[in-house]
Design a protein around this ligand. Structure first.
Ligand code: GLA
Length: 336
């Protein structure tokens, strides 16, 4: 019997920057997905404690997006990328809340990949393979952040990831800081088409400038004529700066500065990148006004889903949030 585990993640700052080679600052969380597998046979057959239906995937599957039940598409995506020669029979169990924006699909992909023989010694390759699996399964042209931090997470730390070089640097989360994820009550909507549209705008801006947005500054952004494209690019360029400043602030335990940068990030995602919703804005506002909360922002793709806050332990409990989780920075995926 093979056992593989992969954690979910929350991104503290740096959203919609990964797919243009920018900076992100996520952490793996202490909630995740386990795959237990008895290898053998020409199909991979998995049951889930979270989703209905058994996923039965041929090892030579070539159209993961058509698989039913839908959760099996992520398993099929991994199989179609890794091409194992034998299948197996087993079960998926998860402590990750469904639809909470904690990257349960990335955790599933990474755990399946390790269970069917991917090499954990090459974290970038493993993350790239799982990113490809996610793209094939969902049709969303996602970046690499979720899969990479699920693979490479470090206990007690956030990872400052440079998505151009795919290198990272661990920054300790100071003692006495609670990372809280709170659901807005809105399921993420339009993520597929709106995400692809935002990514296309960022790529078009870089094409027009003839330089990647990672290298661009306010002057280049200001030269873009189209006002929508200019706002999208301004978000990415300013967010990359905020991520670097956030990591430095966390490193020197300046939680006031870190929290302020989170609020600025939210405003930029709301006004320039336009991926927030009134419910996300209201939740960030409520958290930001609460005593003992340093900062809050929407996290992940946006269009609904969750916000993340940095707070003194217990500070957010007084707010009586409907669905919230206090999460601990954790180690990445492992076999056995
Ligand atoms: C989703 C994608 C990531 C990233 C975020 C936004 O989570 O999977 O690659 O682009 O949205 O930062």
């Amino acid at each position: 019997m093979i056992t593989a585990y992969a954690p979910g993640r929350v991104n503290l700052i740096g959203d919609h920057t990964d797919y243009s080679g920018g900076l992100v600052c996520p952490m793996a969380v202490d909630l995740g997905t386990t795959v237990r597998l008895e290898p053998g046979g020409p199909t991979l057959t998995l049951d889930s404690d979270t989703f209905a239906g058994t996923a039965v995937i041929d090892v030579d599957i070539d159209d993961p997006a058509s698989v039913t039940p839908p959760w099996g598409r992520y398993v099929a995506g991994v199989v179609s990328v890794l091409r194992p020669t034998i299948g197996g029979r087993g079960a998926v169990t998860s402590t990750l809340p469904v639809g909470a924006g904690l990257s349960s699909s990335a955790a599933l992909e990474v755990a399946v990949a390790l269970a069917i023989g991917a090499d954990p010694a090459d974290p970038v390759r493993l993350a790239r393979d799982c990113q490809r699996a996610e793209q094939l399964a969902s049709g969303v042209p996602c970046g690499i952040m979720d899969q990479l931090v699920s693979v490479a997470g470090i206990e007690g730390h956030v990872l400052l990831i440079d998505c151009a070089s795919l290198t990272w640097h661990a920054v300790r989360v100071p003692a006495g800081v609670d990372v809280v994820v709170a659901h807005s009550g809105e399921a993420r909507a339009l993520v597929g088409s709106a995400y692809a549209e935002r990514r296309a705008a960022v790529e078009a801006a870089a094409d027009l400038l003839g330089v990647g947005l990672r290298e661009a500054g306010p002057v280049e952004v200001g030269s873009l004529r189209d006002p929508v494209m200019r706002r999208r690019a301004r978000h990415v360029v300013s967010e990359n700066r905020r991520v670097a400043e956030f990591a430095a602030a966390l490193d020197r335990r300046d939680l006031g500065a870190a929290g302020e940068l989170m609020l600025e990030s939210h405003a930029s995602l709301r006004d320039d990148f336009e991926v927030s919703t009134p419910a996300l804005d209201a939740l960030v506002d409520r958290l930001a006004r609460a005593p003992g909360v340093w900062g809050a922002r929407l996290t992940g793709a946006g269009f609904g889903g969750c916000v993340v806050a940095l707070a003194e332990p217990g500070a957010t409990e007084r707010l009586g949030l409907a669905r919230s989780w206090s999460v601990h920075p954790s180690a990445g995926a492992r076999r056995g």
